[in-house]
Design a protein around this ligand. Sequence first.
Ligand SMILES: Nc1nc2c(c(=O)[nH]1)N[C@H]1C(S)=C(S)[C@@H](COP(=O)(O)O)O[C@H]1N2
Ligand SMILES: [Mo]
Length: 393
Amino acid sequence: MATGVPIRPPTSADFGSRLHSPAVAARVGTWLGITFGLAFVTGLISHWAQVPDPLVPFPTRPVWGYRVTQGLHVISGTAAIPLLLVKLWTVYPRLFARVVAWPPRAAVVHALERLSILVLVGAGIFQLSTGLMNSTQWYPWDFSFRSTHYAVAWVAIGALVLHIGLKLPVIRGAYARDVEDDDPAHPPSGTQAREGSLSRRGLLRSTWVASAVAVLATAGATVPWLRQVSVLGVRTGDGPQGVPINRTARAAGVAADATGPSYRLLLVNGGTERELTRDDLLAMTQRTEALPIACVEGWSATGTWTGVRMRDLLDLVDAPAGADVGVYSLQTQGAFATTRLPGNFADDPLTLLALGLDGEALALDHGFPCRVIAPNRPGVLQTKWVTRLEVLA
Ligand SMILES: Nc1nc2c(c(=O)[nH]1)N[C@H]1C(S)=C(S)[C@@H](COP(=O)(O)O)O[C@H]1N2
Ligand SMILES: [Mo]
């Protein structure tokens, strides 16, 4: 007669490895906290830059500011992926630990701790996976990526702060000892460090290497000297005129004849209107500025843009100083077809309606006949194929 193996949930005794330890969890957790914190702060900056009418205007300087913060955002999120996986692996036996929490106060603290971990893990996985998919331009969902990623960020950071607060004694204890030493009060279930098995130091070293490889594989999208090793990054400079293309004219549904001789730029300020051809624009004073395109997806590249100052155009219809400007594209559909250019950007001397890039007429896919290029501005708001500028009240 066969004897059945009893099916029961595992206990912490079933996890023999000494790697499942607060010593490892605290050290990996520290870096996970740093990368999440960095991603949170840079994410807030990106959100601020994209709010249509922020309480405090987003600054136009430094011109490379958004390039740096958004590059850091995507790099820190990428670095966090291996860290989160190792951290979860290190601590998951604790999920099966039998805990006798008494008196009631301890039980409440324990329940709170478990709940904060559940929320933190869920929100963390959501943020890293949607962020990773976004950085590869893959949006297989119906919800607004930006508002959801922003809302869940608050959930994640709240749960993280609570988690760190509750774990502070454990973290302190872990750092007080050598990484290979155990807490005498809480000996690990797996006591035998087998010959040839991975040490905690070894695991930590492999974790740092995995994180560094993840960063190197993607950071070349924004750090030019890393592009040769960034096998997964957008090639900085790939695309016509030394700047990558985010969305082509064809993908945006911009009709070819709309950019031809019939093209007009309409300037509107209340009842005052002016219509300009591309030649009219070329007849105005041309300026050349080196400004980056910094995509929310993490890649960035500097271009040398030539065109008309936005303020010079606004002066043609007597736009008041500081007025926001509605920017309308020949692209009629999609979230980026119209944008709002805040007054401080519209008036900035570096903000251009660019007609050229890299000494040539703008390539169709870069926004021919003309596009907005402004300093310290998310790429998604650097509207291409501009056909109408309207002063907003
Ligand atoms: N009309 C319009 N403008 C647009 C877009 C778009 O889809 N439609 N994409 C934006 C995004 S997300 C980026 S990053 C930049 C990229 O500009 P590039 O393709 O010239 O590099 O254009 C922006 N301007
Ligand atoms: Mo973008």
